[in-house]
Write a new protein. Structure first.
Length: 240
């Protein structure tokens, strides 16, 4: 039986909100508006996952699937230094792939699973999980097919999380809620509908605060109390 590993986010407040950090064996989704910190959290996790267990890391490698071209290896350097790690060694343990279509994204996952069977990975990032689906299935009549393909992709991610005891961190966009109505104060919701809601175990809503501050709210998580945490995006990554 595999036991859960919790990987630090770099912020103690955020870790506490999450019950210790991002968990292996399940999917954690972060959604929120542009610049809310989803990708910066991904960069920080790329590093913290490689920390030893006693330092709240996962002692494992990282796989990063980038659909928006926003991964910056040079961002990893100051984050690694902040954690007292060798930046080149950290970069060597991040397997990076850019995906250009949803099919490409799916095929990359198949290849990664083969790699994970051979080497100790502890984190898989897909940033963003849904962007290519929204491009590749943009017509109104294609929604059912899109949701079916999205479900397939997410079930593959769940399988990887469970089979290799890795944390899966996915990012998602917010869309205007067509049923919002004029009295709803926050007419935004995560994209992906019921399919994504069902697949992601822990759903986090990120938003901008003052200056470099960001706020994370538990949107849905079976074992976590409701609550919020405030953190900062800095050159050294996510911090209190
Ligand atoms: P999202 O992926 O949610 O669109 P990002 O994770 O890319 O958002 O966050 C972008 C924000 O992160 C920027 O607006 C900036 O405030 C902050 N940021 C990015 N790089 C740095 C850095 N080197 N130092 C401090 N803050 C940074
Ligand atoms: Mg981003």
């Amino acid at each position: 039986r595999k036991s859960v590993v919790r990987i630090t986010t770099g912020s103690q407040a955020l870790d506490e909100l999450l019950g210790g950090g991002i968990e292996t064996l399940c999917i954690t989704e972060a959604f929120g508006e542009f610049r809310s910190g989803k990708t910066q959290l991904a960069h920080t996790l790329c590093v913290s996952t490689q920390l030893p267990i006693h330092m709240h890391g996962g002692n494992g490698k990282v796989a990063y699937i980038d659909t928006e071209g926003t991964f910056r290896p040079e961002r990893i350097v100051p984050i690694a230094e902040r954690f007292g790690m060798d930046a080149n060694a950290v970069l060597d343990n991040i397997i990076y792939a850019r995906a250009y279509t949803y099919e490409h994204q799916y095929n990359l996952l198949l290849g990664l699973a083969a790699k994970m069977a051979e080497e100790p990975f502890k984190l898989l990032i897909v940033d963003s999980v849904i962007a290519l689906f929204r491009v590749d299935f943009s017509g109104r009549g294609e929604l059912a097919e899109r949701q079916q393909k999205l479900a397939q992709m997410l079930s593959r991610l769940t399988k990887i999380a469970e089979e290799f005891n890795v944390a899966v961190y996915i990012t998602n966009q917010v869309i205007a809620d067509p049923g919002g109505g004029m009295f709803i104060t926050d007419p935004k919701k995560p994209a992906g509908g019921h399919v994504l809601a069902h697949a992601a175990t822990i759903r986090l809503m990120l938003r901008k605060g003052k200056g470099e501050q960001r706020v994370c709210k538990i949107f849905d998580a079976p074992n976590l109390p409701e609550g919020e945490a405030v953190f900062q995006v800095t050159s050294g990554g996510i911090m209190d």
